[in-house]
Write a protein that binds this ligand. Sequence first.
Ligand SMILES: [Fe+2]
Length: 381
Amino acid sequence: MTDFILTNAQLVLPDEVIDGTLTVRDGRIAAIDPGPSRVAGAIDCDGDLVIPGLIELHTDNLERHIQPRPKVDWPHTAAILAHDGELASVGITTVFDAMRIGSVVSNTRTDYRAYARALASELLEVRARNVLRISHFLHLRAEICSETLIDELAQFGPEDRVGLVSIMDHTPGQRQFRDISKLKDYIVGKHGLTDAEFEDHVATQVATRDRLGDRHEAAAVETAHRLGAVLASHDDTTAEQVAVSAGHGVRLAEFPTTLEAARACQEHGIAVMMGGPNVIRGGSHSGNVAAHELAGDGCLDILSSDYVPGSLMTAAFALADIWGDVPRAITTVTRAPAQAASLTDRGALEFGLHADLVRVHRAPPHTPVVRGVWAHGRQVG
Ligand SMILES: [Fe+2]
């Protein structure tokens, strides 16, 4: 492990930004001092910001590398390495790789095959070879509206490094897809269905939810406890749904779709996570509440890159502009996700924590530029 010093940096601490010097020893933050360093060999950051490495709780970016085109199954180890490198390049040093659990096998046009168990094993195998740049944990997305959820969940055990289990319910006509025309755009665009096939798809999904939904929900909650994972809700829309989530022991709400739901989360002590793309595009692609509205209302706690890894850094600085507060904005992509995921060894520039660090050059109105990334004290970008 190389020891090093970053100096002439604007260090973004949890509550303030100071001009100073940060010393790394044995992969940990060993000192934070105001002012410049006189030590020979200290890295001059040229006045750039130095922030904690970003922590990403919900990304399906690995799937994009596995399937770069429809029906193309790219060699998985190569895909995992490329995904890992992409995240490092945009300042993410800890990721919870989201994998969907719960497939649909009976409807051939819109089927969804099981892949998570096999891919998780491959990811853990690559990780064990110590060739990944950043920290990887698993995030199981338990789809209630599916046919095989219980069997697939049973294939995971405590040795699998599952940090998060989210309860998803994408039954047409509710939550993310309350507006069924948005679902139609999405499904028809993806699978090329006719109107009649789309109607059939909706009817089948609703029937599946009616038949299996309650058992699936209970199984997801039970699995999170069994694996020692944090439980998350997904797309909660009403205060009633949030109350049910709280009853299950949910601590993190992914993408609540309304202001009502986000406020209810706050009342229950559930951290609210919204997508970076939503911040940057100024609204949700599914027509739900805009992240900047929640930010303005003070009920946005965490950002996720969702489907664009680079959005995490850019969106965090967009929040800094909305709030006029850089430390508060950086907390949404560092300390807040660490706390939500029960990671106590990272997420801030503090003595003793892992040296997960990003040097960022910021010159508004330009997009922030990542100039250096270190994970556990090792330069990875
Ligand atoms: Fe969703």
